[in-house]
Design a protein around this ligand. Structure first.
Ligand SMILES: Cc1cc2nc3c(=O)[nH]c(=O)nc-3n(C[C@H](O)[C@H](O)[C@H](O)COP(=O)(O)OP(=O)(O)OC[C@H]3O[C@@H](n4cnc5c(N)ncnc54)[C@H](O)[C@@H]3O)c2cc1C
Length: 423
């Protein structure tokens, strides 16, 4: 992989603040766009900036040398994918001329318009795009902290946690209980927990047919619910039990040592494996830089994705308050691209274009059995607005060819979005 250029990093001790803050609009300098976070939102922003605005300098700050996607990580649990097949590097972005700096942004100084790096030094920007994803709200479920996540993995950030959960699944006894704790909205990937239950069931049906899946939910309704429940009845009869909040599904306490999950009305579930997906908030750098509100997510202008709290900084992807847009990789890439259009327009003194955000989320529920949800959204005066009658879900009871086609569409979606983002 190409060694990232550090030529534009200025050591903090020698940086002249006035120079760093100088805008590129004066004519002589190239505009400087800096992107923090190389996931779907940030990598799409950097790629789009290179493709559409070759006159702008683009720097991507991302600590990791490769990115493992959450999309299709449930298929790793189901035994249909390898981790290597969902891992991408940044050589494509570097080849396209983005400076990829493998470091962690430790602070954002909006007055001086610089990003500070954990490894030392600063990067100046004219406009900044921040796409840090999510962090877990440790302690929101009593007893669930980073140590407990080693016993009861969340596997809701890509990588090592997925591998840990896969190993635990492989060790489950036949007749054992695989429990999931699912949070209330908003959280990353609304259909994700139910696709996960389906993929775990797929693996169990072949390998531990007497094992059970207990889905303890902090909600009473979920994305593509009718389609998932139909599929579970058809493919995995008696294997998956979904417990909504009103039937005591909300997990309030975990005891990883005793392997117990406790729910709001006092039930205690002893389990063999627990996948605890806790409540979430915007990634730490967003919170520490004042980009997030008291609720832990980042308010943005729907038209420009510029932060409502820190001028000159655009926040994209899961970290934003953007309901009814789902926190999806598809939306994060659309956000990333639009934020760049808005940022460059601001640098050049133009009005930002009017955005349209498309989303499709495919879920694989079994072999040759896929379902999807589609939506189109625009910027309204007070927030994001779904275009009436523009979307919907796979029809219930379609013929088998429709379900099969959805699996191919899902595969094609994954190939094209990863190629368009990291390729
Ligand atoms: C099980 C599961 C299945 C999913 N399936 C789908 C799907 O099928 N389709 C879909 O569209 N979406 C899916 N998603 C959702 C999707 O993964 C997220 O919506 C998407 O990753 C959000 O992109 P992001 O850029 O906001 O955050 P991320 O992808 O998490 O990227 C954040 C990046 O920022 C970096 N970062 C964090 N802090 C710093 C810092 N201080 N300095 C520098 N870099 C930093 C991180 O290292 C990371 O690379 C799924 C999610 C899960 C959990």
């Amino acid at each position: 992989m190409q060694v990232p250029s550090r030529r534009r990093i200025i050591a903090g001790a020698f940086a002249a603040p006035a120079l760093l803050a100088a805008p590129a609009v004066l004519g002589q300098a190239r505009a400087r766009l800096v992107v923090v976070g190389g996931g779907f939102g940030g990598a799409a922003a950097a790629r789009h900036a290179r493709d559409a605005y070759p006159h702008v300098d683009v720097t991507l700050v991302e600590p990791n040398r490769s990115y493992t996607t959450c999309p299709f990580s449930n298929l790793v649990l189901g035994g249909l994918r390898t981790m290597a097949s969902i891992t991408h590097d940044y050589s494509g972005l570097a080849r396209r001329g983005a400076s990829v700096v493998h470091d962690r942004a430790s602070a954002i100084d909006p007055a001086r318009r610089v990003v500070r790096l954990a490894g030392g030094g600063e990067i100046p920007y004219d406009r900044l795009v921040v796409s840090p994803g999510i962090d877990m709200r440790w302690g929101a479920i009593e007893g669930y902290d980073e140590a407990a996540a080693q016993a009861f993995p969340h596997a809701w950030q890509p990588g090592a946690q997925t591998e840990l959960l896969r190993r635990q699944l492989e060790a489950i006894p036949d007749g054992g209980v695989f429990a999931m704790s699912v949070p209330a909205n908003p959280f990353r990937c609304p259909p994700g927990p139910y696709e996960r239950a389906s993929m775990v069931a797929r693996w169990m049906k072949a390998n531990r047919p007497r094992a059970k899946i207990l889905v303890l939910d902090a909600k009473d309704a979920f994305s593509k619910q009718g389609l998932f429940l139909d599929a579970w009845k058809e493919l995995y009869p008696g294997m998956i039990e979904w417990v909504p909040a009103t039937k005591d599904g909300r997990v309030t306490r975990v005891d990883a040592g005793a392997r117990v999950l406790e729910t709001a009305f006092g039930a205690r579930h002893r389990v063999d494996v627990a996948n605890v997906v806790p409540p979430q908030r915007a990634g730490r750098i967003a919170v520490e830089s004042g980009l997030a509100d008291a609720g832990g997510w980042c308010p943005v202008s729907p038209r420009t994705l510029e932060s409502r709290l820190v001028p000159g900084v655009h926040v994209v992807g899961d970290a934003t308050i953007a309901q009814p847009l789902p926190k999806s990789g598809f939306i994060a890439t659309a956000h990333g691209k639009h934020a760049v259009d808005a940022a460059v327009a601001a640098i050049e003194g133009r009005e930002a274009p009017d955005p349209v955000y498309f989303n499709t989320c495919y879920s694989l529920v079994g072999d040759g059995y896929g379902i999807s949800v589609v939506g189109i959204f625009r910027a309204g005066p007070d927030g994001f607005v779904e275009t009436p009658n523009s979307g919907g879900v796979t029809p219930r009871n379609p013929d088998a060819r429709q379900r099969e086609m959805e699996t191919h569409n899902g595969e094609a979606w994954y190939r094209s979005i990863t190629a368009a983002t990291f390729g």
